[in-house]
Design a protein around this ligand. Structure first.
Ligand code: FES
Length: 144
């Protein structure tokens, strides 16, 4: 009985992955299945949280030292492509200056993940907008 359930679970997982491979790039699937830097750093220097038009929420944070982003984290309650985009942003901003990080747009994220179907392009926008929010938060804190 247990074996049958395990086999069924494996079969289902394979089918879900096969279906995902038809629609998404290997990079999307990789970041979706193995998200980088998931979690919010408690001692972050910049933090942003946005709920997109679809109702999904993303959080992005980073730590900065000597003008460069040295660590980053994200969290989302969104779907696989949202996870992939958040994960990609945390990878893209590592070792970047704030000016360089500010230059990361929806298009940058889309390109980095190998593109997304039309219906999922807004996931990249949510990730880019959340990054801007985190940068804004850092700048506001600096002014205080
Ligand atoms: S489906 Fe909501 S951000 Fe992707």
């Amino acid at each position: 009985m247990e074996n049958n359930l395990d086999e069924l679970a494996e079969k289902l997982q394979r089918e879900i992955l096969d279906e995902a491979r038809r629609n998404y790039s290997e990079t999307v699937i990789d970041h979706w299945m193995k998200p980088r830097s998931r979690g919010i750093l408690s001692d972050n220097d910049g933090y942003g949280k946005i709920t997109g038009s679809c109702g999904d929420t993303m959080e992005i944070c980073f730590k900065i030292k000597d003008g460069k982003i040295i660590d980053a984290g994200f969290n989302t309650d969104g779907c696989g492509t949202t996870i992939a985009c958040g994960s990609m942003v945390t990878e893209l901003i590592l070792s970047k200056s704030l000016t360089e990080a500010r230059g990361i747009t929806q298009e940058t994220v889309l390109k980095a993940v190998g593109g997304l179907p039309e219906a999922n392009r807004h996931c990249a926008l949510l990730a880019a907008n959340t990054l801007y929010e985190a940068i804004k938060n850092f700048e506001q804190k600096k002014e205080e």
